[in-house]
Design a protein around this ligand. Structure first.
Ligand SMILES: C[S@@+](CC[C@H](N)C(=O)[O-])C[C@H]1O[C@@H](n2cnc3c(N)ncnc32)[C@H](O)[C@@H]1O
Length: 289
């Protein structure tokens, strides 16, 4: 039942997505890496395959998910009074820097496996961006009862009297539903100790009627091979995602489709139904139900 704790073979993918954010004006020069740039250009042929077969290239769904998570995080801060954020599997994402810049009293803790966390720590330290309210810590979602476990990080970093937002982007699809679900249960339990607990994650439902099911499986298979992980599409429909999240403890779950945000956000459009969704799970003593 327990998942292999060493999943560091996935970490290089953060260099690729980090370069996508950089190349699209979402982060500055400090976030540029030579390897990220190399992967970005090396993957161009796959994007061509994606574009012709899937009706939207990889960058399209990456930008859709990134902007939509930003939007929902800002909404949580502005409308739900969130003042503290934990971003797990932060990689080289510039979100923490951007949100700390925008909201001057926000506490933002970025977390990743030890090597990636150390890398992000060095990057932010070199830019003089670290402070008590903006930190980077090691966290492995499969660790239990250790310094890098979810529960320990939450215990040390956050005030249980204030709402907490947790984000994972580009993480959960590297694991089977069976492997990741215990983490979701632990997260729902941990967030339940806050007045409001909100979780945002990206997900790629393998819709029954999706014309590109085979292509999605192919792309997933390729990514699983290079990252030595079990890339999985967790749900067959948005409704299934809602039911599964409720069963893990997220009483109030909403699935956001980028299509519904085309007019509101600067996101590229997909021909047809987009691949990616953002799942918003809520728990906490202030959450009704
Ligand atoms: C595709 S990258 C996403 C990075 C960033 N969120 C983004 O969107 O640019 C996947 C990230 O998951 C991290 N990761 C892999 N296994 C993990 C685990 N067991 N616990 C926490 N993070 C993990 C990797 O180190 C890597 O930074």
């Amino acid at each position: 039942m327990g998942h292999n704790v060493d999943t560091s073979s996935i970490s290089f993918t953060a260099l690729y997505t980090g370069h996508v954010w950089y190349a699209n004006g979402l982060s500055d020069d400090a976030f540029h890496t030579r390897r990220g740039s190399f992967f970005y250009h090396a993957l161009a042929p796959f994007e061509l395959v994606g574009k012709s077969l899937v009706g939207g290239d990889i960058k399209t769904f990456l930008l859709q998910r990134h902007h939509l998570i930003d939007h929902l995080a800002c909404k949580a801060i502005e409308e739900d009074g969130v003042t503290q954020v934990l971003e797990i599997a932060c990689g080289l994402s510039p979100r923490g820097v951007r949100l700390c810049e925008k909201y001057k009293s926000l506490k933002y803790v970025e977390a990743d496996l030890p090597d990636m966390a150390a890398r992000k720590h060095r990057l932010l330290a070199a830019e003089h961006l670290l402070s008590p309210r903006h930190q980077v810590v090691p966290l492995n979602i499969f660790s239990r009862d250790s310094v890098d476990s979810l529960e320990t990080v939450i215990d040390h970093a956050f005030d249980r009297n204030k709402p907490l937002l947790v984000i994972t982007e580009g993480l959960v699809n590297y694991f089977s539903t069976e492997s990741i679900s215990p983490f979701w249960q632990r997260l729902a339990a941990a967030l339940g100790e806050f007045p409001t607990g909100i979780y945002l994650t990206d997900n790629y439902p393998l819709l029954d009627d999706h014309p590109f099911r085979r292509t999605m499986r192919l792309l997933g298979g390729m990514l699983g091979t290079v990252s030595r992980s079990q890339v999985s599409f967790h749900f067959g429909s948005d409704q299934q995602a809602v039911e599964h999240f409720q069963a893990q403890g997220f009483a109030d779950t909403t699935v956001h489709n980028p299509r519904d945000y085309y007019d509101a956000l600067p996101i590229p459009r997909t021909r047809g139904n987009p691949f990616v969704r953002i799942i918003e799970g809520r728990v906490g003593s202030d959450t009704s139900e």
